[in-house]
Each structure stands twice: as structure tokens, then as C-alpha cells.
Design a binder for this molecule. Structure first.
Ligand code: B1M
Length: 214
């Protein structure tokens, strides 16, 4: 199994989508636990890609093909991560904020929330504040989940919350935020209801905000 997991990590780091998909399938067939594959192999592989980009070994195209390999591998894990017979815990509108195209972490958060019994309306990435507000206006939304991976797009979380307030909708939904540059302090400063560091934390936070227990 170690060889399979090592080859999965290498395939994501090097952007070999087919090899990554094959390795995930082999790991699942070999009995590896989907959450562990994700936490212990796939997320660290993307961290390594970020490290290589930061030190100049990788450029944008390499990051992009690694992201594609990660997505193909994730697609195979998805059915296992979202399999649930829990009754709906609430509806979450999710998206990556305006100007930000990073959607892998947000997709993971969405999958884990679905797995925990939330109905998720995923608006995608580069989502304008007005689009989030319009989605909340349709009604029945318990939580807004905002993701951002760039320091330059963090301010759009605040703008989104302010537009919610202007539309008179702030008290109607809980707002949770996350993404690598987001902190607890930032969440408090911009008036969000909570911050989660990762997808598992996002589930715990969502449950707390809607008042359901695990
Ligand atoms: Co870009 N990128 N990128 N990138 N990218 C980062 C984020 C960066 C840290 C790389 C680096 O320099 N080390 C850096 C940001 C620096 C900063 O602002 N602090 C960076 C940069 C600079 C850029 C560009 C500006 C590069 C350029 O053009 N010169 C550009 C911006 C484009 C744009 O968005 N407008 C850019 C582009 C891209 C790609 C398109 C090539 C690609 C994204 C593809 C895609 O997502 N479809 C990409 C990638 C892949 C990365 C890295 C390598 C990996 C991100 C990722 O998917 N991680 C990233 C480096 C890194 O993160 N180590 C990097 C795996 C994922 C599972 O983790 O997304 O952190 P993450 O999500 C986690 C948690 O953060 C949390 O849970 C998730 C699961 O545990 N979480 C939440 C996320 N959202 C949450 C919401 C919640 C709760 C938790 O509640 C609502």
C-alpha cells in the first residue's frame, strides 16, 4: 500500500492525472480509508506543489496540471466522501470569493458538508458578492460558506458580508469563512460567525452554527 500512496503523491505533484486516478483507485481497492488518502497524501501533495511554486521550481502551468490531477483523483473519492444517510442538517450556499479561482479546497469543504447531511449549493469560484446575496435571497439558506486562497481576495469576504447586511439578510444566515490565508481573527474582524481551518473543521463549525450535533 505504501508504494501505491507514494505513487499517488508523486502523480499529483507532477500533474499526471491518469496515474493519480489509477493510484487512488488502487488505494481504495486495497482498502485504504478515503479520508486518510485525502489528508495524508493528496493535501500534502498540493502543499508540496505550492512549495515548489514558491521557491521557483514550478510556474503557473505546473500548478495548473497538478490541480487537474488532484481534481481527477478527488472525483474518485467523492462518492465515498459524500455517502450519507443522515437527514438534511441545513442548506449551505458555498463559493470562492470574487477574483479567486482556487476551488479545490472549497470543493472538498462542499463534499464533506454533503457527507455530513447538508444540502450544498455550490456557486463555484470567482463569485461576486451580489451573487452570494441573490442566492441567500432565494430563501431556505442556513449558512453561507466563503472560501479564499489569496491575500488579495480576502477583502471580498468582508465586502460580501457587508452586502448581506445592506440587503437586510445578515441575521438570516450564518457566515463561515476559510482558506489558507484566513484566520480566526480575520473572521472576527470582518463579522463572520466562524472560521474553520480545514474541511473536517468546516463540518464541525457548520453543525455548531446550525445547532445540530454530530
Ligand atoms: Co495558486 N496560489 N495562484 N493556483 N495555488 C496559492 C494559493 C499560493 C499560496 C502558492 C504559493 O505562492 N505558495 C499563492 C497565494 C499567495 C497568497 O496570496 N498568500 C498562489 C498564487 C500567488 C496564485 C496566482 C496569483 C499565481 C499567478 O497568477 N501568478 C494565481 C491566482 C489566480 C486567481 O485565483 N485569480 C494562482 C493560480 C492557481 C491555479 C489556477 C494554477 C491553481 C488553482 C486551481 C484550482 O483550484 N482549480 C493554483 C493552485 C493549485 C495553488 C496551490 C498550489 C494549491 C491550492 C490547493 O488546491 N490546495 C496553492 C499553494 C498551497 O495551498 N499550498 C496556491 C489544496 C487544498 C485542499 O487546500 O485550498 O488550502 P486549500 O483548502 C483547505 C483549507 O484551506 C480549508 O479546507 C481545505 C481542505 O482542507 N478551506 C476551507 C478552504 N476553503 C474553506 C472554506 C471554509 C473552511 C475551510 O469554510 C467556508
Amino acid at each position: 500500500m505504501k508504494d501505491v500512496l507514494d505513487s499517488l503523491k508523486k502523480a499529483i505533484e507532477e500533474g499526471q492525472a491518469k496515474d493519480a486516478a489509477k493510484a487512488v483507485q488502487a488505494a481504495l481497492d486495497g482498502g485504504a480509508e478515503p479520508g486518510a488518502i485525502l489528508r495524508e497524501v493528496m493535501v500534502p501533495a498540493m502543499d508540496e506543489v505550492g512549495r515548489r511554486y514558491e521557491c521557483g521550481d514550478y510556474f503557473l502551468p505546473e500548478m495548473l496540471i497538478s490541480a487537474r490531477a488532484m481534481k481527477e483523483a478527488l472525483a474518485l473519492l467523492r462518492p465515498r466522501l459524500v455517502a450519507t444517510d443522515v437527514k438534511p442538517a441545513g442548506t449551505v450556499v458555498a463559493g470562492t470569493v470574487k477574483g479567486d479561482l482556487h476551488d479545490i479546497g472549497k470543493n472538498l469543504v462542499c463534499m464533506m458538508l454533503e457527507g455530513a447531511g447538508f444540502e450544498v449549493r455550490d456557486l463555484g469560484c470567482d463569485v461576486a458578492p451580489e451573487k452570494f446575496v441573490d442566492a441567500v435571497k432565494t430563501g431556505g439558506v442556513s449558512l453561507l460558506a466563503l472560501s479564499a486562497l489569496l491575500t488579495t481576495t480576502l477583502p471580498n469576504m468582508k465586502v460580501t458580508i457587508e452586502q448581506l447586511k445592506s440587503a437586510g439578510l445578515r441575521e438570516k444566515v450564518g457566515v463561515m469563512v476559510g482558506g489558507a490565508p484566513v484566520t480566526d481573527k480575520l473572521a472576527t474582524d470582518i463579522g463572520a460567525d466562524g472560521y474553520a481551518e480545514d474541511a473536517t473543521g468546516a463540518v464541525a463549525l457548520a453543525r455548531r452554527l446550525v445547532g445540530v450535533s454530530a
